[in-house]
Write a new protein. Structure first.
Length: 423
């Protein structure tokens, strides 16, 4: 007979060792169970499964380190209604210096709970790599003398290292994605600025050459229209000529604004006053088209430095576009508020947001990338020049601002403008 058959204790230890090795192999495959690119939800779900397969746990919490404040922020808790207990527990552990000790050791620690005294113990699992601390997990377990063994802690240490590597890759991916989006936005800004600059250079001399003969044609048409003996069909043709001449003049005047771009009359102004002025100018159209105005204006905003006439022009364009998008009537919501860098792309500071949101027909996805291009319009021929948004883009850019658009076909469009608070 073998030694294991003769000695049950030896057999028991061998089985325990094999079981431990099997669990180690399972823990080491943690990364294989995560799809790439991963997200926090998926990582947390797989992590919980691995923990529950190892020990009896009542509450689990995941904290990650905020890149800017370096504070531990609660990301996930299971059950979800235990978030307050988890946050309070971590705060108490920070106060007594336990968290710093665990992070410095970079090893799991079994410690008494300060919120669930005499009822639960806590396993702190630091999520660290060679270069940085990514976060921490708290595992609340019932107090049982033989519940947590050294083998359990070793398995959890393996799990925390595997989880740390996955988290680091996830954070790196998210940062790269943000940087890529920021780069794409910067490239888009450069391309759009070059389009507007090219338009300005092209039109600066050509517009005057067009307007001079156009004025002569328009004058002759108006003179001929004074003839009381005109035949009806001739009079009709002259009216058409005059309307089209006026349309050409409007397009040329719009083009001239590109060559004369730039802020001129800079003054300190309240952005809410500029919004109210634009609404007052469009009051008749809004009433006739059955447009309901909903305003959420923050009256504690700082002053901005800008060209009030040009900014008012931008707001009028946005209101006019909203009216055109709601031929059967609808709601135009206008909002002003401060937004922090968390609401902006990476690198942006605190700004003033002005938002115009309608409940109109919306803009199709294939057209969203072209709405700020000169001459692009979805309106019927003769109903628009396609210069309004392009001009607005240039004016906002000259003020150091950003204009963004979001839209859902059939639901409406939202235009957000972000002004710097200092210029």
């Amino acid at each position: 007979m073998s030694e294991s058959e003769l000695n049950p204790e030896v057999n028991k230890k061998q089985n325990a060792l094999l079981d431990f090795i099997e669990k180690m192999e399972q823990m080491s495959k943690f990364q294989e169970k995560i799809d790439a690119p991963a997200d926090i939800d998926q990582i947390w779900r797989v992590f919980l499964e691995e923990v529950e397969n190892s020990i009896d746990v009542d509450i689990c919490a995941l904290f990650t380190v905020d890149e800017h404040t370096q504070e531990f922020v609660l990301k996930k808790a299971s059950p979800a209604d235990k978030e307050s207990i988890c946050s309070k527990e971590l705060d108490l552990q920070i106060e007594i210096g336990m968290l710093a000790w665990v992070i410095n050791r970079r090893q799991p620690a079994l410690i008494p709970s300060l919120t669930e005294k005499n009822e639960k113990t806590i396993i702190m699992l630091p999520l660290t790599t060679v270069k940085r601390t990514l976060g921490l997990t708290l595992l609340f377990t019932p107090i049982k003398e033989s519940l947590i063994t050294q083998e359990n802690l070793k398995l959890l240490a393996i799990l925390s290292k595997e989880c740390s590597l996955v988290l680091e890759n996830t954070f790196l991916y998210e940062n790269l994605k943000k940087e890529h989006e920021s780069l794409q936005k910067a490239q888009s800004e450069i391309i759009q600025a070059e389009k507007l600059a090219s338009m300005g250079r092209l039109t600066s001399g050509a517009c005057h050459e067009i307007l001079n003969p156009l004025n002569i044609i328009s004058s002759h048409v108006q003179f001929m229209q004074t003839d009381e003996n005109l035949k009806p069909d001739v009079s009709n043709y002259l009216n058409i000529m005059q309307l089209q001449s006026n349309r050409i003049a409007g397009i040329v005047q719009g083009l001239l604004q590109f060559s004369h771009s730039g802020v001129k009359d800079l003054v300190k102004a309240k952005i809410n006053d500029v919004v109210e002025s634009a609404l007052a100018q469009a009051k008749y159209e809004l009433k006739m088209d059955k447009i309901q105005i909903v305003k959420h204006l923050d009256h504690n905003l700082p002053l901005i430095t800008g060209d009030v006439a040009n900014l008012s022009k931008v707001f009028i364009i946005l209101v006019s576009n909203a009216i055109d998008a709601m031929p059967e009537g609808g709601t135009l919501t206008i909002l002003t508020k401060m937004v922090s860098e968390k609401d902006m792309l990476p690198g942006e500071s605190t700004r003033i947001q002005v938002m115009f949101e309608d409940t109109g027909c919306g803009i199709s996805p294939e057209n969203m990338g072209k709405i700020f291009d000169p001459f692009f319009t979805t309106k019927e021929a003769g109903a628009g020049t396609g210069l309004g948004l392009a001009l607005s883009y240039g004016i906002i850019r000259d003020h150091g601002g950003i204009i963004n658009a979001e839209s859902k076909t059939g639901k409406g469009s939202k235009f957000s403008i972000y002004f710097p608070t200092k210029k």
